[in-house]
Design a protein around this ligand. Structure first.
Ligand code: FES
Length: 102
């Protein structure tokens, strides 16, 4: 039996999802009330950020797999639609797993 590809699976009903960090090989769980940024900070990662509100663009991160749920006001709708980058201080995930270039 093959393992389901979580980057193609809708986010779970409880609102949590996992983030896999391609460079470090680490996988973090992001809870419903938590941002990706705070999950990274809790795990000891130093990620550049400033506004924490999706405005400044400092936390822009490349997305390798999975589909972000964009909540920022920095990217244009066209940029958001490509799903190749996201603002991790406020945006979340539409899929059970996101793979980020971190
Ligand atoms: Fe400003 Fe994320 S920290 S957009």
């Amino acid at each position: 039996m093959s393992t389901p590809d979580l980057t193609q699976t809708p986010i779970s009903a409880n609102g949590s999802f996992e983030v896999h960090l391609q460079k470090s090989g680490q996988t973090l769980k992001v809870g419903k009330e938590q941002s990706i940024l705070s999950a990274l900070q809790d795990a000891g990662h130093e990620v550049p950020f400033s506004c924490s509100q999706g405005v400044c663009g400092t936390c822009l991160t490349q997305v390798i797999a999975g589909t972000p749920d964009h909540w920022d006001m920095f990217l244009t709708p066209e940029e958001q639609a490509t799903n190749t980058q996201m603002l991790i201080c406020c945006s979340r995930s539409q899929t059970a797993r996101l793979v980020l270039d971190l």
